[in-house]
Design a protein around this ligand. Sequence first.
Ligand code: PAF
Length: 281
Amino acid sequence: MNLPLFTTPNELSHYLQSHRSQSIGFVPTMGALHLGHQSLIDRARRENTLAIVSIFVNPLQFGANEDLDRYPRQLEIDRVICETAGIDALFVPTPVSMGINNTLTQVIPPPMMMSGLCGATRAGHFQGVATIVTKLLNIVQPDRAYFGEKDAQQLAIIRRIVADLNFPVDIIGCPTLRADSGLAHSSRNQYLSPTGRSQAAIIYHSLQQAQKLADLREVNTEKLLAAVTTALSTVPAFQLEYLAIVDPQTLQPIDKLNEPALLAIAGRIENTRLIDNIIIS
Ligand code: PAF
């Protein structure tokens, strides 16, 4: 295997020193790479002369009762995927080399962007994401960084941090990739049984009911949300955590659909937490 792999920020910085004249595309991940990641990687390769992927299961973004220990780890497979995709270097730092400890400086995004949606039940999650993404962007110093639109709240928060703190990087949001059933690709889909996977197709199917109603010129978001809830009720195995229509940038709830809006959902099937979203207009 020829793909260079670096395990500390210093090693990666040293490698990048001799590549700074190139345009650098960066795809931060937690590994367990799937087709969604692959589309980010392909775009990073197309739009830059050097493409870097990081794999780091970030302890800061997992709550005490979440799946940090169980989160899928498959470095050898991910390495082959990256090499086959033509990535130039892989960054797989250790927690120690990333300075993970109780006294690490934290990056705190605007509280109004963290309090709703996933933030309502995942205290500290977006602070953990913001802290690690800030570190990764400072280490790699890419021209462009690629994130999936499936994690819409994460993407909005990262865009806001980059704008507020003047990071010299373009944040590129990439469309969600879906299985034929409509289920969004996610590393956590690995936890689902075949039955669970087919039940989970209700998530995207339900979101589409809101767009169908919006196509008939319904602008009342209560009614749009009710259409989604009705469709979800056909699969009792899906336990809804939240369903909301919010402004895609500020993440604040909206009553009327005058502009394109983010329809976001989270819930559980077989105790696996799944999220998804669409833009409705
Ligand atoms: O989306 C993810 O995989 C993670 O939240 C990220 C952006 C790599 C930060 O750990």
